[in-house]
Ligand binder design. Structure first.
Ligand SMILES: *Cc1c(COP(=O)(O)O)cnc(C)c1O
Length: 409
């Protein structure tokens, strides 16, 4: 049989698992607990000797079906879903690291991940923030106690692109966990396993769900990292195939102990949303390129940040690595244009946080999502007070272009 494409595999995956009554969608299973006719079987499930469900905090069939979809998209070994993208990141770092360990992280980081890493610093995990668009900065920051390197594919809101492939080689050489947040690109545009990622984060809330109607996150173990040489695996999880030790520990600590569990209703919304990911991505990327080009010709805009423009510092890297340039871009308005007035004049573009929705969203970043970070850190990340970030949706291109045009005049 020839290998199916991305979309075919995804939209037929529930049916191929033969759910009850021949339904096409995996049903929303709401039961928290599970019953076994032979009580020995329940005991074996608890002891990890038999696969099966024991309690909804750790596993649910609707969530399992979503995990399987994401895992196929990421070409992973195993995927675990969480209540949110932040729960996925928090659970992984919390499960795998301990006080005295060191993380090298990109400094161009989603705001809440930045805040989370601040909390880990207070718990005794050392973190060095570097400009990860150049592998040399990551290499320079490595220490004897470095365990993990954390990057995002395309950073938000300035759209810097990480030096993905060389950092993968560096992590392999030093046996470091390479954790790549793929939220901005999604597995449709880029599969981090291909550049040596050990763990892949996706906020399912964003493009994979795609409609801004459910929260969720996931961690995929690509199978590339050798957990048998990792010092922080608990003895109880050093059983069976060593390739599964890391994800098992993340699941036990993150779901069972931490309780960061995704609910079945949200899992259903996210799974259905994911079925149109490629169609939505293509349209949103095409809209983003045309709008970014329009903005770069506007006299009211001093700067446009979009990897699809040849002027972008990592344009060539994006072209080589990704199937398309993504649907996020930011602008700096001229001093004589008030960012709030501009936003209020937009009609079809919605002023809102979130990204990856089918609707085009815009937000004044310094005044909202990056407000708490303070002026100094914002400046170090290249975020100007007049910056507006757009998450471009799938509206008709002409309508978006007209809306930008009228709001700028
Ligand atoms: C939104 C986002 C997250 C967090 O996801 P939630 O589902 O909102 O918790 C993490 N990383 C990136 C890059 C994001 O854009």
């Amino acid at each position: 049989m020839t290998k199916e494409g991305f979309t075919t595999t995804n939209i037929h995956s529930d049916r191929k698992d033969k759910p009850e009554h021949g339904v096409l969608h995996k049903p929303i299973h709401t039961s928290v607990a599970y019953n076994y006719e032979d009580s020995r079987h329940l005991a074996e499930v608890f002891q990890g000797k038999r696969s099966g469900y024991n309690y909804g905090r750790q596993l649910n069939p609707t969530v399992t079906a979503l995990q399987e979809r994401v895992n196929k998209m990421e070409q992973g070994l195993a995927t675990v879903a969480f209540a949110t993208g932040m729960a996925a990141i928090a659970s992984s770092v919390f499960s795998l690291l301990k006080a005295g360990d060191h993380i090298v992280s990109s400094t161009f980081l989603f705001g809440n991940t930045n805040s989370l890493f601040g909390s880990f610093q207070r718990l005794g995990i050392e973190i060095t923030f570097v400009d990860a668009t150049d592998v040399a900065n990551v290499e320079h920051a490595l220490q004897d106690n470095t365990r993990l390197v954390f990057v995002e594919t395309v950073a938000n809101p300035v759209t810097q692109i990480t030096d993905l492939e060389p950092i993968g080689a560096l992590c392999k050489k030093h046996k470091l966990i390479y954790c790549v947040d793929n939220t901005m690109t999604t597995p449709y545009l880029f599969v981090p396993k291909t550049i040596g990622a050990s763990l892949v984060v996706n906020s399912l809330t964003k493009y994979i769900g795609g409609h801004g109607n459910a929260l969720g996150g996931s961690i995929t173990d690509t199978g590339l990292y050798d957990w048998s040489s990792f010092p922080n695996i608990y003895d109880t999880y050093k059983k069976g195939d060593p390739r599964l030790w890391g994800i098992t520990q993340i699941k036990k600590k993150g779901l069972r102990d931490f309780g960061a569990t995704l609910g079945p209703e949200a899992a259903h919304h996210l799974a259905v949303g994911s079925e149109t990911l490629p169609l939505r991505m293509e349209k949103a990327c095409s809209n983003a390129l045309q709008l970014a080009q329009f903005c770069s010709n506007s006299s009211k805009i001093s700067k446009v940040y979009y990897p699809g423009l040849p002027s972008h510092p990592q344009h060539e890297r994006a072209k080589k690595m990704f199937k398309n340039f993504g649907a996020i871009f930011s602008i700096d308005l001229n001093d004589d244009v008030n960012c709030f007035d501009f936003l209020n004049r937009l009609n079809c573009v919605v002023c809102s946080s979130n990204l990856g929705d089918v609707r085009t969203l815009a937000i004044p970043v310094a005044h909202t999502i990056y407000y708490e970070m303070g002026a100094e850190r914002r400046a170090s990340m290249g975020i100007a007070d007049s910056m507006i970030r757009f998450s471009i949706g799938i509206e008709d291109t002409e309508d978006l272009l007209n809306d930008f045009q009228q709001a700028l005049t």
